[in-house]
Structures are given as C-alpha cells and as structure tokens.
Design a protein around this ligand. Structure first.
Ligand SMILES: Cc1cc2nc3c(=O)[nH]c(=O)nc-3n(C[C@H](O)[C@H](O)[C@H](O)COP(=O)(O)OP(=O)(O)OC[C@H]3O[C@@H](n4cnc5c(N)ncnc54)[C@H](O)[C@@H]3O)c2cc1C
Length: 598
C-alpha cells in the first residue's frame, strides 16, 4: 500500500522564507496571533492526520466505494471513524467565524492542510471542503438567526454542507435551472426540483446535512438574474438549533458510478417541496454562491497539486530502487548489471517536470490564498481592494492550470513506474483517476479559461493584469543587487512581454470578432499559468539563495531547489513562445469547419 508523507520541509520553506506568513499575519489584527510557532504546530498536526488517518483508508475506500441502499448512502469502512476523529480534532471549524464557534484561521494555513488531505485521500477531503465552503457562504449571506442555528454544528463537524447547483440540463449554464422555490406564509420556501452530481449529498458521516440550493421563484426574471440561494436541511432543526428528528422532503435518488473519487458520494438529490430558508437577497443567488466558489476552486487546484505530490513521492522513490538498463554516463554502478532508472535523462525529465510544477503550484495556491486572507482581514481598504482584484484574476488560473499540471504529473508518475504504474498496487492508477475530475468540476477548465480571458481580461481592458504586474515589479526591484537572480529575472521579463503582446492582440481582435475571446482562451490561461509559475519560481529561487547565504543548514535542500528552478526556466518555460504564437494565430482556423464537417 502506498504511504504518503506530508511535505513539511517544503511547506515551512514556502510559509517562512517565500511568503513570510508571520509578517503578513501580524499586519492584520484578526490574524496577529498566528505566529510561525503556531503555524508549525498546526501544519505538523495536520500532516499526522493526513499520513496516519486519511492515507491508510485511501486505497480501501477506492476499492469499496460508497453504497446506496433504499435511499440511504453509506461510506466505505473506516470513513465514519476517521471523520469523527477529524471533527473531534477541531479541523472542521479551522477557518470559521469566531463568533459562531469557528477558529478564524487564515486560508493560507487551511490551503496547505487541504492539499495534504487531497494528497492522502481525495474522496475524504471532499466531504470536508464542501462543509467549509457551505459554512463560509452561510456566514457571509445568512441572517443572524440562520447563522446562530446552523454554523456552530457545521464548525463542530457534526453537521456537514453541500452545494446544489447542477441539474440534468444545466451544468455550466446555470441560468437554465428549473428548481422552483415557492414562498410560504411563514417566510420559508418550498423547494422542488432535481439536482445531480451533488458531492456529499447524502452519507453517514454526520447527523445532519445542510444543502445550499440554487432555485428560482415562480415570478423570477429569466436567466442567471432570477436565481436565489436557499438553505435546506436534511433533518429539520428547532429554534434552539437542535435536530427535531423530522426529515425534510429531500432524498437521495441514486449515486453515480464513476471513474475516480469512488469513496466520495456523488448524489442525485430530489427536492419535493422541501422546506428552505432564503440566504441573502432574492435573485442574487449566483453572486452569493461565488463567495463559496472562489474558495472551492482554490481547493480543486489543491486537489490537483496534492495528487501530483503523492504521485511524485511514489515515482521518485521507485526510480531510485528500480534497476533497468545501464547509465549512459558516469553514473554507472560498478559490479552491477543494471542501474537505477533515475540515471536515465528521460526519467529525470518526468520527475523534474513533476517536482517543478508541484512546487510552483503550491506557491501559486498559497499566493492566491494570501490574497483571500488580505481581502478578508486587512485593515487597509486599498489593500483589501487590490487583493480582491488579484483573487479575481488568480483563481481561474490556479484552478485550471494546477489541475491540468496535477493530472499530467499523475500520468508522468504512472509512466515512471512503467507497467507497475498501470496496476492498482502502487496507487498511481488511482491518483490518475482521482485527479481527472478536478479538471471538470467547479467549472470545467475551458470555462475557467473563458472567465479569465473574457470577464477578467478583455472586459476590463487588461486592468487586473496591471495589478499583477505591480506585484512583479516590486519583486524584481527587490532583486536588482542579487547577481545570481539576474538571468532568471530576464526570463520573467521575456515571458511577461509575451503575455502583454498576447493580451493586446486579443483585446484588439475581440472588438471586431467576439469569437477571438473563446479561441484564444485556453492557450491564454496556459500562458498566464506558465508566467505565474515563473513568477513563483523567481520567488522560490530568491528565497533559496538568501537562505543558503545566511546558513549552512539544509544546504542540500536549497541546492536542490535551485537546480529544480533552473530546470523549470530551461525546459518548461520555453513553451510560452508557442503558446503566444497559438494565441495570436486567431480564431479563423478554429471556426472554419461547419458543424457537419466534424
Ligand atoms: C464527481 C462530480 C462531482 C460534482 N460535484 C458537484 C457538486 O457538489 N455540486 C454541483 O452543483 N455540481 C457538481 N458537479 C457538477 C460539475 O460542476 C459539472 O459537471 C461541471 O460544472 C460541468 O457541467 P456539465 O457536466 O453540465 O458540462 P456542460 O456544461 O454540458 O459542458 C460540457 C463541455 O462544454 C464546455 N462548455 C460549456 N459551456 C461552454 C461555453 N460557454 N464556452 C466554452 N465551453 C463551454 C465545457 O467546458 C465542457 O467541456 C459534479 C460533477 C461531478 C462529475
């Protein structure tokens, strides 16, 4: 059975040396008590949970899957006990509102914990992040009464949350949903309709499940402007926030049989006049849901990165053990008939591609999480606003680019193991299956790319990009005296020029032909992702050089970082050229064929 090891050295390096988390938290009164020592204690404890509680039931959970019998869903053996231990450890309320029993911890911290949970057991992690996201939405948009009734138990982990958006005919285009909310005399609503693909829609892990449901009132405006958000509990709750024991009219109709994340229950949910409570304002449901979606999308990127790391751990240790063929150069072991496959340049290509993207992906996720924290906690309004702009720009890229690179890393890891990567024993084939969904749900990656190119770039005339460039300028200015950094900084400048050229090109082209936006979008998201990974590597390299100069401890670790960063610049970044060319080639060759010619 594959064993997962929490990447604590990398995590500490990123938090302390690259992002200086303690200094950032000290600027914000609500996080000022989150010191390096506290961070270390929490991350180490979370690492133990991932290694000791979640990883051991990952493979068995995949093999057993969830069960559906007479409308009741049960999770695989060991999940309930693990969830209870997780909840009793206080993890469910880590980032929650302190006024309702949450611990008010920053997202930077919980992002790392999520990455470890996804790496160790993606199915389990999904139950936890859906609850966190639902509680967050409730805390932002719920009335005081709803918050007081529901949040404490969601933070305690005895109740869990879901998000019910998708319907059979409405996935990406939620404006088409048909679920109805009919007002009752007592200010509640009767919710009726069918939602599909609902993660954690039913299960046996918690006493109650709190669904956040998108629905339309009978007289609502057509399309996305007529959508409202409702809270619908599985078991009705009394005025003291305790279970009445009376089941609401919401039932799980079936669970999906799917490619991966088999221990995560993906449910068809039937609402048949279920009692619901309005969250926030009428017809503002979609924008309220976006509170949750920025966080959930970040989590999906972390799923990709976590599974990539789990795959890298297996593949890199395998490559040091497995002997096949002779080393082409001086690495040959004398007296042996074959060498470990790690001597082969092509095996190194795969491992270094994985490692370089995992570190950059983790850094990008932390960067996005830090902006979520600043936008939530910072006392300075201008800083909060700037962080909101960065969140808007970064999240679709982090979601799509980290999940694409994450899936690619799982496949590369599988390739490093050859035939042994294809069989179940080593865990790589499960990682490939579990990582694939992250490219699809929470908005398919093509739709993230479209969001980035259309709403976040063309529509605002590239203004958000300028905010990102200010951050890059500040960093570059700080490195002018560091000679080792100069060749790397040049690469960032070149990549940035390509991005500016591509942006101008699409903005100009879109004025005459709206298809230019969709035609450029995927390559543009990838060019942006590559540029951001380059920016993250600059920051990692700068911190590694600085740390290497101030201490001889961990010299080998910093040296490894510098070598991996150099590989990224030489072997992965050049793709930016072909992406820029692809973007500027325009829409014509994509749109030339008629539908019948496909
Ligand atoms: C395992 C699993 C768990 C899920 N969990 C949840 C959950 O908890 N809650 C929930 O509400 N939903 C959930 N979903 C649903 C998921 O979010 C949707 O499947 C996803 O958003 C895509 O919607 P769709 O499947 O209807 O595809 P469609 O919307 O039909 O899209 C199909 C393809 O067309 C592309 N496309 C669509 N529109 C456009 C456009 N305008 N421009 C360019 N390309 C476009 C998409 O990128 C995609 O490649 C889950 C799905 C799965 C499989």
């Amino acid at each position: 059975m594959p064993t997962y090891r929490a990447p604590l050295t990398d995590i500490q390096f990123l938090l302390r040396n690259v992002f200086r988390a303690e200094e950032l938290f000290a600027e914000m009164p609500d996080t000022a008590e989150v010191t390096d020592d506290l961070i270390t204690a929490i991350v180490e404890e979370a690492g133990k949970i991932a290694e000791g509680l979640l990883s051991p039931i990952n493979q068995s959970g995949d093999q057993e899957g969830c069960h559906y019998t007479d409308g009741v869903v049960t999770t695989p053996k060991g999940f309930k006990e693990a969830y209870t231990a997780y909840a009793e450890g206080g993890w469910a309320g880590l980032t929650g509102d302190v006024n309702y029993g949450g611990q008010g911890m920053p997202k930077m911290l919980s992002a790392l914990i999520e990455e470890m949970s996804f790496a160790a057991n993606s199915s389990f992690a999904l139950y936890t992040i859906l609850n966190t996201g639902a509680a967050l939405t409730l805390s932002h948009h719920g009335s005081e009464q709803l918050k007081a009734l529901y949040l404490p138990k969601m933070y305690k982990g005895t109740w869990s949350g879901t998000m019910c958006l998708t319907e059979p005919h409405a996935g990406t285009d939620l404006g088409m949903i048909k679920t109805r909310a009919v007002p009752n005399a007592d200010d509640t609503y009767s919710i009726s309709g069918t939602k599909i693909f609902i993660t954690a829609g039913d299960h046996d892990l918690t006493e109650n499940i709190i669904h956040l449901v998108l629905a339309k009132l009978p007289d609502a405006p057509a399309g996305p402007r007529g959508i409202s958000l409702f809270l619908v509990p599985k078991i009705l709750v009394d005025e003291a926030g305790e279970l009445t024991g009376e089941a609401n009219n919401v039932r799980c109709g079936s669970i999906e049989h799917k490619m991966g994340i088999k221990a995560s229950a993906t449910c068809v949910m039937n609402f048949d006049g279920a009692k619901g409570f309005l969250l926030g304002e009428l017809n503002q449901g979609l924008s309220h849901m976006f509170t949750m979606m920025n966080y959930e999308r970040l989590s999906m990127g972390l799923q990709g990165n976590g599974l990539a790391d789990s795959s890298y751990q297996i593949a890199s240790s395998y490559a040091k053990e497995r002997v096949q063929g002779r080393a082409p150069s001086s690495e040959r072991q004398s007296g042996q008939i074959a060498d470990p496959i790690i001597v082969h340049p092509d095996v190194r290509r795969m491992l270094l591609t994985m490692r370089a993207n995992i570190l950059a992906g983790r850094a990008l996720s932390l960067y996005a999480a830090s902006q979520l924290d600043i936008s939530r906690f910072h006392p300075n309004e201008a800083k909060r606003k700037q962080a909101e702009q960065l969140v808007a720009l970064l999240i679709p890229v982090q979601k799509a680019y980290c999940t694409d690179r994450g899936f690619e890393a799982c496949v590369l890891g599988q390739q490093v193991l050859g035939g042994h990567g294809y069989v179940a024993e080593w865990g790589l084939e499960q990682n490939v299956r579990d990582a694939r969904i992250a490219q699809i749900y929470e908005g398919a990656n093509g739709v993230q790319a479209l969001d980035l190119m259309g709403r976040k770039t063309v529509r605002v005339n590239g203004d958000l990009l300028k905010v990102l460039f200010l951050e890059m300028d500040e960093f570059v200015a700080s490195q002018q005296q560091i000679s080792a950094m100069q060749p790397f900084l040049q690469k960032l400048t070149q990549c940035r020029e390509l991005l500016i050229g591509a942006t101008d090109n699409v903005i100009a082209g879109a004025a005459d032909n709206p298809d230019e936006i969709g035609a450029a979008s995927y390559a543009y998201m990838e060019l942006m992702g590559l540029t951001l990974y380059c920016f993250m590597w600059q920051r990692i390299l700068a911190a590694a050089y600085a740390a290497g100069e101030s201490t001889t401890d961990s010299a080998d670790y910093y040296d490894g970082l510098i070598k991996t960063g150099t590989f990224f610049m030489n072997r992965l970044l050049p793709r930016s050229q072909s992406l820029a060319e692809e973007i500027t080639s325009g829409a014509s060759s994509l749109m030339a064929m008629s539908a019948e010619q496909f």
